[in-house]
Design a protein around this ligand. Structure first.
Ligand code: ADP
Ligand code: MG
Length: 427
């Protein structure tokens, strides 16, 4: 109802009323405008997203993977899960997509539904070009998803092997995978820009636990001394990372004992000493190289912690931690130069020999083909003895660009483990 105009007595109240009404109308109009603007913004954003998705050649695959994941029940590994005491442990770690992969709009094609299962969603095309996924399932002792920390990975992989070297056995832990998949991050420590936190890597974490066990009442009276060495195997050549990459010779005596002649071995009495050596060796390894043409991706780095009775030459225990060369080199095709092809063939050979040596460790009396490569030759004593234990951590990149390399890595890791499964069946 609109009030009558012209009545003087009501003038003021009318004025008030109008003003109130005008304010309300104004407010309603304003909120309507705001709502419209919001809707328009949302619509524009949606269109932009759709546009983006359609520009992205992988958006259909991303959608298919999302649908697949929606059907999975995720029960990932937890800190409190039991640790399996195997002679050979094989596990896989998936890292998160990195900035470069996100910028390229790569799709994460790896799912980790449980603590020991992994699915690779391989994008494929039918002959009529319809897209589909080939979902490939794998099972390992553990699978670490992209939310796992180095601490958690350590707990289930290298940590259970530390006591081995105090009990007359040799221990080895390998990081295997394509360049950029996270081998050095896992073994050496997390990167913050160019800086690496060596305390957070498996080298440093092993050192910490070695000193813990050393002072444990059970071993304190054994009079053990600890030392460490760090070297690099590049093709057939060995370089000392604690002595300015001095070239070293590998000799085998009549009793098949293998020795790296002149290798620096530093006595260490506390974790800080070891961390200094890890830092020194890591810097030596990467100095004078660009990431685009990285030598470190073409060499194996071997960090060792050695246990001896004080004053004795005899080695009572040794933990070897190996950051392997990138396994993608086998794929180096005839487009690459001769040197690169030779390096690729060398790396391939050493990784195949390594697989065979690990498999032999799981079989009593098996022939140990350690002469197959420099790597297996220098690690020979680690593949002998019932007490010796090993762990392989296979690292994979999650992006669809890496799917072929990831499948190669997983198949290799699978074969290292395969025999053990068969052995268990025979028992
Ligand atoms: P590789 O030694 O196998 O060539 P790196 O360990 O150097 O690979 O890792 C490549 C990059 O990815 C590094 O910048 C590293 O910080 C990062 N990265 C690797 N693994 C992880 C992870 N689990 N979480 C976060 N970043 C990671
Ligand atoms: Mg590396």
């Amino acid at each position: 109802k609109s009030p009558k105009k012209g009545t003087r007595s009501k003038r003021e109240s009318i004025y008030d009323y109008k003003s109130e009404a005008a304010k309300k109308v104004e407010m309603i109009a304003k909120s309507r405008d705001e709502r419209r603007q919001r809707q328009a913004d949302e619509k524009a954003l949606k269109e932009q997203l759709v546009q983006l998705e359609h520009n992205n050649p992988y958006w259909e695959f991303a959608q298919m993977i999302n649908e697949y994941r929606a059907s999975l029940e995720f029960k990932p590994l937890r800190e409190t899960d039991p640790v399996i005491e195997n002679q050979i442990t094989v596990c896989v770690r998936k890292r998160p997509l990195n900035d470069k992969e996100i910028r390229r709009r790569e799709v994460d094609v790896v799912s980790v539904p449980t603590r020991n299962q992994l699915v690779v969603h391989e994008p494929k095309h039918k002959v009529d070009l319809t897209k589909y996924l080939e979902n490939q399932h794998f099972r390992f002792d553990y699978v670490f998803d992209d939310s796992c920390t180095n601490d958690l990975v350590y707990k289930f992989t290298a940590k259970p092997l530390v006591k081995t070297i105090f009990e007359g056995g040799m221990a080895t832990c390998f990081a295997y995978g394509q360049t950029g998949s996270g081998k050095t991050h896992t073994m050496g420590g997390e990167f913050k820009g160019k800086q690496q936190n060596f305390k957070s890597g498996i080298y440093g974490l092993v050192a910490q636990d070695v000193f813990k066990l050393l002072s444990h009442p059970k071993y304190a009276k054994m009079n053990y001394a600890i030392s460490a060495s760090f070297f690099e195997i590049y093709g057939k050549l060995v370089f000392d990372l604690l002595a300015k990459k001095q070239r070293l010779r590998v000799l085998e005596d009549g009793k098949q004992q293998v020795q790296v002649v002149g290798l620096t071995e530093r006595a260490v009495t506390k974790v800080e000493h070891v961390l200094e050596l890890i830092q020194k060796g890591s810097l030596e390894r990467t100095s004078g190289q660009t990431s685009a043409n990285s030598n470190s991706s073409r060499s194996h780095a071997v960090f060792q912690i050695i246990l001896r009775k004080n004053g004795s030459k005899h080695i009572d225990g040794k933990f070897s931690l190996i950051d392997l060369a990138g396994n993608e080199r086998g794929a180096d095709n005839n487009k690459s130069n001769r040197q690169t092809r030779i390096e690729g063939a060398d790396i391939n050979k050493s990784l195949l020999a390594l697989k065979e040596c690990i498999r032999a460790l799981g079989r009593k009396g098996a022939h140990l083909p350690f002469r197959g490569s420099k790597l297996t030759q220098v690690l020979r004593d680690s593949f002998i003895g019932e007490k010796s234990r090993t762990c392989m951590i296979a690292l994979i990149s999650p992006g669809n660009f890496s799917v072929d390399h990831s499948l190669n890595t997983l198949r290799y890791a699978d074969r290292v483990k395969e025999l053990i499964a068969n052995d268990n069946l025979e028992v």
